[in-house]
Write a protein of this length. Structure first.
Length: 95
């Protein structure tokens, strides 16, 4: 095998079939259990509800990936927020 050259396996960017199948199975399972989840959620204390929501939120809207600070007041004031999708390598920048 020549150094630095990929000679086999998946090509770059090709999704892993096992991971895709596992994610699809989990989605189907969760969708099937939504009514049960809602019933259990309604039995939680307000504190437990808030904790559950804060733990699930990154999976719904993504995690904050990067923050840029403005060093001088002369620079235009702009806030840049980058969300990283936990299921893919995609990032969405809003600002």
């Amino acid at each position: 095998m020549p150094k630095g050259y990929k000679t086999g396996g998946r090509t770059k960017g090709t999704p892993n079939k096992d991971t895709s199948q596992l994610r699809q199975t989990i989605k189907l399972f969760v969708n099937d259990k939504l009514e049960d989840i809602e019933t259990l959620y309604n039995k939680l204390t307000p504190f437990a509800k808030m904790e559950l929501l804060t733990r699930l939120m990154p999976y719904a809207i993504g995690k904050l990936a990067e923050q840029k600070e403005i060093d001088t007041p002369e620079e235009k004031q702009q806030i840049i927020v980058t969300f990283k999708d936990p299921f893919t390598e995609n990032t969405n920048t809003h600002g």
